[in-house]
Design a binder for this molecule. Structure first.
Ligand code: C5P
Length: 223
């Protein structure tokens, strides 16, 4: 069995950063499953495909040639790393991700990422659906206002303007859709360790998770 650590939770909780830190520390692979749904949404918008058109979206999902190269997200030779990080694509991704057939079409591709020596996978359903056998499952949560504020700061640092109020509205809308959908709704797996990062820094969350790794997968850290 290839060891997998899953990190699920809503957007803006620091899942992506935690996944990178952990993958680096362990020397394991990293899977950013949200980037997959974002890339699909990007293609759909480019091609004028309706976000409710499950049939066409499923076809696109089956042929989606996403690659993670040099720390970026690439599709057909194009670097989409920045283009897929917008709020618009985030909301569109949560709409394409609501279709069960689309999710099913992306399952095998995600599971193929479980390669030696191990995988850290970040998303919404990593612990519940994609890797239900994972020995360590983390569910990272934080209050919507805190997450919106973090996003607001990130955008400002990039020189992009944003409305904090609009960010809170968007985050709530995306959460509601992700939590209420029938297939693979956002929720902690029964055996997940839930961490509320509202009042924690990234290094604090990282230390907390490392303590769990030491407990559950002691060999992973000794290599
Ligand atoms: O994590 P990120 O914000 O990049 O994900 C974008 C959207 O993709 C989420 O709001 C969610 O609807 C969808 N998603 C999903 N399942 C995953 C990862 C992301 O449904 N495993």
């Amino acid at each position: 069995m290839i060891p997998v650590i899953t990190i699920d939770g809503p957007s803006g909780t620091g899942k992506g950063t935690l996944m990178q830190l952990l993958a680096q520390r362990l020397g394991w692979h990293a899977l950013d499953s949200g980037a997959l749904y974002r890339a699909l949404a990007w293609v759909a918008l480019q091609q004028g495909v309706g976000l409710d058109d499950a049939l066409v979206l499923t076809g696109l999902a089956k042929n989606l040639a996403v690659e993670f190269r040099q720390g970026g997200v690439w599709l057909n030779g194009e670097d989409l790393s920045e283009a897929i990080r917008t709020e618009e694509i985030g909301l569109a991704a949560s709409r394409v991700a609501a279709h069960p057939q689309v999710r099913a079409a992306l399952l095998d591709w995600q599971r193929a990422w479980a390669r030696p020596p191990g995988l850290v996978a970040d998303g919404r359903d990593m612990g519940t659906v994609v890797f239900p056998e994972a020995p360590l499952k983390i569910f990272l949560d934080a209050a919507p206002e805190v997450r919106a504020e973090r996003r607001y700061k990130q955008l400002n640092e990039k020189g992009l303007s944003a409305s904090l109020h609009q960010l809170i509205v968007d985050i709530r809308a995306r959460d509601a859709r992700d939590r209420s959908r029938l297939t693979a709704p956002l929720r902690p797996a029964q055996d997940a360790i839930v961490i509320d990062s509202s009042r924690m820094s990234i290094p604090e969350v990282f230390e907390r998770v490392l303590a769990e790794v030491r407990r559950v997968l002691p060999d992973a850290l000794s290599q």
